[in-house]
Design a protein around this ligand. Structure first.
Ligand SMILES: Nc1ncnc2c1ncn2[C@@H]1O[C@H](COP(=O)(O)OP(=O)(O)O)[C@@H](O)[C@H]1O
Ligand SMILES: [Mg+2]
Length: 263
């Protein structure tokens, strides 16, 4: 029996350090609660925060996938996967940053196709740069989750990217305003922010979600949303993560129904 195609989601931003990697990991935990098979793809090719944050030893990486494919050695997608737990898998970034530059962006399309046919959800972590690799990725995925903060520089960059999205008719994105990165920065009201970026905010992660010892979780490879205390301690933000995940699954269903109607 062939399995139905999974949904691909890329986390993107206009600035670095806005919480893409942490959100990617936390969302994976939520999809696990929903009993979905998740693949995390570390497309932050030269820093690899995701590969570090899951803290599992790995051998094969995106580089091996592309290299093997290019040299007719590719056999099975699972050969490049590192298991985190029963629901979450990882496709790690290259071990040697020099390999990052050798990855031809033209293989990303193929990589995402393979990932979608093996998983319910494919979560892709990126950098904030609009390079060829990221442009291809943004174009290919089913949905873009745009992370932003209330930092002035971020707002300025966000405004430019939103206008590029408008010009190029990109509409498959949701914006997450993340107050947990700079809980003390509040120069701009929500009204100001929407006005500056000329876009709506779909979800907000509150400053309550600022976690002092977050590095401890990262270094231990623990996923916060899988901790027993998470739903009670971070009640509202847990609900937000859950809504992001449920909305993405719901939209997939709608999309598929439309497809079926067309057939
Ligand atoms: N909820 C949080 N509480 C405290 N620090 C956070 C939180 N989320 C992210 N951070 C910290 O902010 C920094 C940037 O987060 P990260 O997810 O790496 O951003 P990006 O992937 O967009 O560059 C990291 O040092 C991370 O530990
Ligand atoms: Mg990152």
């Amino acid at each position: 029996m062939s399995r139905s195609k999974g949904k691909s989601i890329c986390l993107f931003s206009a600035k670095g350090g806005v919480g893409k990697t942490i959100t990617c990991i936390n969302l994976a935990g939520i999809y696990e609660h929903l009993e979905k098979k998740v693949l995390l793809v570390d497309l932050d090719l030269s820093s690899g925060g995701l590969s570090m944050g899951l803290n599992r030893p790995f051998e094969k990486t995106i580089f091996n996938f592309v290299d093997d494919y290019n040299n007719n050695r590719y056999k099975d997608f699972s050969d490049y996967i590192t298991k985190y737990d029963d629901y979450i898998d990882l496709l790690p970034c290259p071990k040697d940053p020099r390999q990052a530059g050798k990855i031809d962006a033209k293989y990303i399309d193929l990589l995402i196709d393979k990932a979608e046919s093996n998983y319910d959800i494919v979560l892709i972590d990126t950098t904030h740069i609009l390079n060829e690799m990221n442009v291809i990725t943004l174009d290919k995925v089913d949905e873009i989750l745009f992370l932003m903060t209330n930092d002035p520089l971020d707002l300025k960059n966000m405004k430019s990217i939103m206008s590029i999205f408008k010009d190029t008719q990109v509409t498959n994105y949701k914006i997450i305003l993340n107050y947990s990165i700079n809980p003390y920065k509040d120069y701009f009201s929500l009204f100001d922010i929407k006005n500056i970026i000329k876009a709506n905010i779909d979800y907000t992660i509150s400053s309550n979600f600022y976690i002092k010892n977050i590095d401890q979780y990262v270094m231990n490879g623990e996923i916060l949303t899988l901790q027993n205390k998470m739903p009670t301690t971070f009640n509202k933000d847990y609900e937000t993560f859950m809504n992001i995940a449920l909305d993405s699954l719901e939209e997939k269903k709608v999309k598929r129904q439309e497809g079926e109607d067309d057939a």
